[in-house]
Ligand binder design. Structure first.
Ligand code: UDP
Length: 324
């Protein structure tokens, strides 16, 4: 039973492809290489360059490779870009996903896993966030994800089709074997930027906001190692294969770290303080985002990399290797 991974040349898609290949699953990767990298796709996967919205292509891949399940990562993911180009985001994330889901229904694919985001939850929802917490996405990016979740819910009710939505918290780190990692043309994420500062590629880290209602005044997030996140997709896939009903899971560790805690941990890893500059809040950043991972843990997910020093070391190793 082959798995189709859309966006399998991207950050989370390439890690999940390796997780599938490492345990012996057959994988077809479909990616248009708009942001992903061909070199990050595991060699034992069949790589196809193309669009997820190409019905004929998806139908051919399903029949030629006996695809029984789809893991759908492909899409646009930069929140500020989505504010500037909402229609582009709705096209890439909603319209393309609709076409892919329809192609799956027509081709008889009955199992579908979808990458969603913790930013679908309401900003004032009590923390930690459970799957049933109130939803109120703000950015076009987050709305496009929730719209696709709704399409999947409705489709699963109407057809012989089941889906699992995974809502990611702050994904970071890189493959412990160094086979793939994060590539961002314009890095914005805290751990990525902290790694670049640690390696001297940017002079200091800006701390965006020191007046949040959090224990040390800086933003608190649930940082999760991408390898643990990739493994959550295997749990979801196995659940669908054994007949589980459609559902959604939050994927985070259930513990928050502040910006200052991450900065201090990076200082420990590199053996000297990380240069920082304190500044104002970044517009749109909520104070705290923490997952309640009880549901995915009950489904059998056990994280193995919940250690900020390990996460930071893997991010640093990747930056060194990628630019070597
Ligand atoms: N942050 C920061 N400096 C940076 C990047 C991020 O202080 O250079 C803060 C940001 O305000 C938030 C946290 O770090 O509180 C995580 O931000 P990131 O962009 O990594 O993820 P987000 O939660 O925004 O998706």
């Amino acid at each position: 039973m082959t798995v189709l991974v859309t966006g399998g040349a991207g950050y989370i898609g390439s890690h999940t492809t390796y997780a599938l290949l490492d345990r012996g699953d057959a994988v077809v990767v479909l990616d248009n290489l708009s942001t992903g990298m061909r070199a990050h796709v595991g060699e034992r996967a069949l790589f196809v360059e193309g669009e997820v919205s190409d019905h004929a292509l998806v139908a051919r891949l399903v029949s030629e490779h006996g695809i029984a399940s789809v893991i759908h990562f492909a899409g646009s993911i930069v929140v500020p870009d989505s504010v500037k180009d909402p229609l582009g985001y709705y096209q890439n994330n909603v319209v393309a996903s609709r076409a892919l889901i329809e192609a799956c229904i027509k081709a008889g694919v009955k199992e579908f896993i979808f990458s969603s985001t913790a930013t679908v939850y309401a900003e004032d929802a009590p923390q930690p966030l459970a799957e049933g917490s109130p939803k109120a996405p703000i950015s076009p990016y987050a709305r496009s994800k929730l719209m696709t979740e709704w399409m999947l819910e409705d489709t699963s009710k109407a057809h012989d089709f089941r889906h699992i939505v995974l809502r990611y918290f702050n994904v970071c780190g890189a493959d412990p074997q160094g086979r793939t990692g994060q590539v961002s043309p314009i890095p914005t994420h805290l751990i990525k930027r902290a790694s670049l500062v640690a390696l001297g590629r940017i002079p200091h880290l800006d701390i965006f906001g020191t007046d949040y209602p959090t224990p040390d005044g800086t933003g608190v997030r649930d940082y999760i190692h991408v390898t643990d996140l990739a493994n959550a997709h295997l749990i979801a896939l196995d659940a669908l294969r054994s007949g589980a009903a459609s559902t959604s899971y939050n994927i985070g560790y259930g513990r928050g770290l502040s910006v200052r805690q991450v900065v201090a941990a990076m200082g420990q890893v590199i053996g000297r303080p990380l240069p920082v500059k304190e500044g104002p809040r970044r517009p749109g950043d909520p104070p705290t985002l923490i997952s309640n991972p009880a549901k995915i843990r009950a489904a059998g997910w056990t994280p193995h990399h919940d250690d900020i020093a390990e996460i930071l070391r893997s991010a640093l190793d990747w930056e060194r290797r990628f630019n070597a």
